[in-house]
Design a protein around this ligand. Structure first.
Ligand code: GLA
Length: 375
């Protein structure tokens, strides 16, 4: 009897040892991350899924601080640029690492628009134009945060009437969820008490080799969009919806980012590389795949899904090796890429673009999913 019990006990121990427990990744210490901004406490929250994928998010700007994703051999790397402390973010040259962006993602020409016969003048922070919500965009505010379970963080912010020049009190609720399918899902909702433009997005800088591991020119990109919106020298759309056919903007078949980025092309010159809005074939009707990125050596794959009509593909052209981030790694020129789901830039001044105006009786609802896998 005793021998049988011992046999079963050993079997049990063996079975337990063989179950693949999700690998723990070396996350940052939340107790040394934070501080205060505008008298509000800045914190770091850790979300984990059943497969060991881990993301850390701060309520300062709703930033994704690190994101640990497995490669084809199950080895985890942190695939977003960022800092180990709040101070790092406060002193950075690049101010949008990992942030939420609002009230309006990308540029509004000359920082003004007309809505219902009133002229609204916005904060101007990018030459003569308004970029990513202005001088103090949603990337610079401390959000109220509630961690509802191991996988989910709820962030909310009430943007007051007149903030950065925008009309209406805008209540914004953003949910970050890390699903067991290795998806980082961002769900944005907003309501207003006056008509106002709203275009919320997310600005992680991804490098699927790992943050600080060289540039992203070898990543293979696919964008599910047959048109894009050409820009002028200030990166304001001209209003044209141009076909990608036969141009360096055709990513309908997977193409290395670096393959054509140096071509003699006026649009690439204006952007210093890719920094353009693609018109998605899905038209923003429902949740669709917008883009797919493959890093051939690690085998990491990132797919982006959204219900938005557009996506900004930006190749880190303003990074210049000036920022030293996590683990002392320097972030070089084109050391990361951004895929920002969105309504088109400057829509408030472009009546032919899908409208980005939210009315008081409506609810804004935008979804962006970054889904990771490896092969
Ligand atoms: C966006 C813009 C770029 C640049 C970056 C932030 O992606 O389109 O031009 O401003 O943000 O540096």
């Amino acid at each position: 009897m005793k021998t049988i019990n011992l046999f079963f006990l050993m079997l049990l121990i063996l079975a337990f040892a063989c179950t693949k427990a999700p690998r723990q990744v070396p996350v940052m210490d939340a107790s040394t991350f934070g501080g205060q901004v505008d008298g509000k406490k800045v914190e770091l929250f850790t979300l984990r899924n059943a497969k060991g994928m881990t993301v850390q998010i701060t309520n300062y700007g709703g930033r994704v601080v690190d994101l640990w994703v497995p490669d084809k051999n199950g080895n985890f790397s942190d695939v977003v640029l960022g800092y180990p402390t709040l101070n790092g973010y406060l002193n950075s040259h690049e101010i949008y690492f990992g942030t939420l962006i609002g009230r309006y993602g990308n540029r509004i020409g000359k920082g003004q628009f007309i809505l219902n016969d009133s002229v609204y003048k916005l904060a101007v922070n990018n030459g003569p134009n308004h970029l990513h919500g202005g001088i103090k965009g949603f990337n610079n505010v401390v959000w109220d945060a509630v961690r509802s379970d191991d996988n989910t963080l709820l962030l909310s912010y009430l943007s007051p009437d007149g903030e950065e020049g925008y009309p209406g009190n805008l209540q914004v609720n953003v949910t970050y969820e890390l699903t067991d399918n290795n998806e980082l899902k961002i769900d944005y909702k907003a309501t207003t008490d006056k008509p106002t433009p709203v275009n919320l997005t997310h600005h992680s800088y991804f490098n699927l080799k790992g943050a600080g591991e060289g540039d992203i020119l070898d990543h293979v990109m696919q964008i599910y969009g047959s048109y894009y919106t050409p820009v002028d020298s200030g990166l304001i759309p001209t209003g044209e919806i141009a076909s990608v056919e036969g141009t360096v903007f055709d990513f309908r078949t997977p193409t290395a980012i670096g393959a054509r980025i140096g071509d003699d092309n006026q649009q690439l010159k204006y952007g210093l590389g890719y920094d353009h809005n693609w018109v998605l074939d899905s038209n923003g009707d429902s949740l669709h795949k917008a883009a797919k990125v493959v890093e051939p050596v690690s085998g990491r794959i990132m797919e982006v899904y959204t219900n938005e009509p557009g996506i900004q593909f930006y190749t880190g052209n303003f990074l210049a090796g000036k920022d030293t981030g996590k683990n002392g790694k320097v972030y070089p020129y084109r050391g990361a890429l951004c895929l920002e789901t969105q309504h088109f830039p400057d829509s408030p001044n472009k009546p032919a673009f899908p409208s980005a105006i939210l009315d008081p009786e409506e609810e804004y609802h935008s979804i962006c999913i970054y889904k990771f896998s490896a092969e």
